[in-house]
Ligand binder design. Structure first.
Ligand code: ZN
Length: 313
């Protein structure tokens, strides 16, 4: 069957360092039908070119490596029996992530597991291609798995669009994980913490990385921005439930995590690149036990403002 091309509309989320969000209508050409490959078409959002600027991969700590692009984190956790990749950026990020993994001397076929923070096109768009390149198992929350398998977000997603929209490249098979689940690849593992709010399937991932005898708790913090499309309300609409309490609980959960190093989905939100560049033999700004609390505090402030506005305050 011929793939019919049509225009779909998506709103572009600008997650800048000062958390100022600007929604803009953009047009994206997407293939409506056909193979999963059709969904791998680049996303042409306002910030996409900026976000997708190539950056050299770098070591975060121990076996944790940043292999993403300038504005979207993608992290490789390496082990002797295979590696774990967290997030895949935009569809057009996938070849850059793959090149970064190879530049570090790792092989794609050794990537055994790919996990996702949330199934929006800027964090999950590249996963389908990276899965094909590696043969890895893909794992996500129940809602995230449904979004990746269907290629569209569910109606309870704050960024849901009524018209058919291809949000993410389709992944044929996604393993569903639950709260506290530990996924292992040989001796290394990542733990899933459900943090719904920004997206219904939002998941924060944690693991431990060691250098010699010093082991640190690394947190890949999911987006906690209370941004929504259209008339969505976090306090609930006739069609969607009030998620203000569960969102606040997710923010509190991230604040309470054991957290020596935070990596946010958009590295700029925690100055990840700047901190990495500022490291010296004597100091490492990436190691900051208050990092998760600070990230959560900003999100909490933002959500509070949003809820006041929704309640007519
Ligand atoms: Zn998002």
């Amino acid at each position: 069957m011929l793939a019919a091309l049509y225009y779909t509309r998506i709103f572009n989320l600008r997650e800048t360092k000062n958390m100022k969000l600007v929604a803009k209508l953009v047009l994206v050409m997407a293939a409506a039908t056909g193979s999963a490959q059709a969904h791998d078409d680049p996303v042409n959002c306002d910030n996409c070119a900026d976000w997708n600027k190539p950056v050299k991969p770098f070591n975060v700590y121990g076996n944790t490596w940043h292999v993403g692009v300038d504005g979207l984190s993608s992290v490789l956790v390496t082990g002797p029996k295979g590696h774990i990749l967290v997030d895949g950026g935009l569809p057009q990020s996938a070849p850059l992530i793959e090149a970064n993994i190879k530049a570090l001397g790792f092989r794609m076929k050794d990537v055994k597991l790919i996990v996702n923070s949330h199934a929006h096109w800027d964090h999950a768009g590249g996963i389908a291609a990276l899965q094909r390149a590696s043969g890895a198992v893909v794992a996500a929350s129940r809602s995230g798995a449904l979004a990746m398998q269907s290629g569209t977000n569910p109606p309870d997603d704050p960024q849901f669009q009524a018209n058919p929209v291809v949000h993410v490249a389709k992944v044929a098979k996604v393993k569903v994980v639950g709260e506290g689940e530990i996924l292992k690849v040989g001796p290394i593992s990542v733990t899933a913490h459900m943090t719904p709010g920004h997206a219904p399937g939002g998941t924060t991932w944690t693991w431990t990385s060691c250098e010699g005898k010093r082991c640190l708790d690394v947190v890949f913090a999911d987006s906690l921005n209370s941004y929504a499309s259209g008339d969505f309300k976090f306090t609930g609409t006739g069609k969607t439930p009030d998620i203000s309490t569960s969102f606040a609980a997710s923010i509190a959960k991230v604040a309470a995590l054991k957290c020596d190093i935070i990596i946010s989905g958009h590295p700029g939100l925690t100055d990840l690149m700047e901190k990495a560049a500022a490291r010296t033999p004597d100091s490492n700004p990436l190691i900051d036990a208050a990092g998760c609390r600070a990230y959560a505090a900003e999100a909490s402030e933002r959500l509070t403002k949003r809820l006041v506005k929704e309640r007519g305050g």
